[in-house]
Design a protein around this ligand. Sequence first.
Ligand SMILES: Nc1ncnc2c1ncn2[C@@H]1O[C@H](COP(=O)(O)OP(=O)(O)OP(=O)(O)O)[C@@H](O)[C@H]1O
Length: 265
Amino acid sequence: MTDPAAVQVCGLRHRFGDATAVDGVDLRVAPGELFGLLGPNGAGKTTTIRVITTLLPPQQGTVEVFGLDVRTRQMAVRRLIGYVPQLLSADPALTGRENVALFARLFDVPRRERRARTAEVIDAMGLTEAAGRAAGTYSGGMVRRLELAQALVSSPHLLILDEPTIGLDPVARDGVWERITAVRAQTGMTVLVTTHYMEEAEQHCDRVALMHRGRIRAIGTPADLIVGLGADSLEDVFRSYTGDDLETGGFRDVTATRRTAHRLG
Ligand SMILES: Nc1ncnc2c1ncn2[C@@H]1O[C@H](COP(=O)(O)OP(=O)(O)OP(=O)(O)O)[C@@H](O)[C@H]1O
């Protein structure tokens, strides 16, 4: 039997009242892959991710994580996943080390392994020197890396990151990607990331899915999508699928940036 996909989404649909957020999504992420789910604000990316992480039950369609149905094996799925949401998940009053240790307890890292595991992920995220300081004193990039450490402390098989670099300056963004890439190289972990920074997706993702108005419009390696359309960049590919939506406020950068800036405010 072939190994199950890290994530298998079939015919997923999700409505909020009259609005359809996800409109028949099919998606397969292979084990070990770094997969990017791309799309403007409102495309349905976060809703899709919330179903994959078991935070929202699927209304229609099926979702499996390493062969486990999110509907019937919720707890088993949660144990396989590390999730960094867009919104705050670090406590500004706790030190970096205390924040990570808290996640180690929450995610049932065995007591005798907690201290070493906490130190290991803090080190992997380049936060050893700052680990004794309150997270409220961290820069935006450090907070992101702290949240990555929190998600990694339970050694997840699948790391899910919702807009990991939003609101960060280019140096901090590079720092976050550098750490993600290093952990992945070391562990072979599967990474599913949403981003609307096309150049980052082009540079770091093995494959991407372009999502727009609840549907997947294109899926493939960035290079194949670019060559397939005779485009110059992934940004061009995206524009050809989403049309004017990019200009008419599709990427509400400012709102999203503010949301991040206020996370620890
Ligand atoms: N809890 C909710 N109640 C009502 N509508 C919602 C809810 N969550 C999402 N929506 C709507 O569903 C659609 C898809 O939203 P979703 O957050 O999944 O998109 P997204 O691609 O992740 O965008 P963003 O980058 O802004 O997070 C949007 O029109 C949004 O307004």
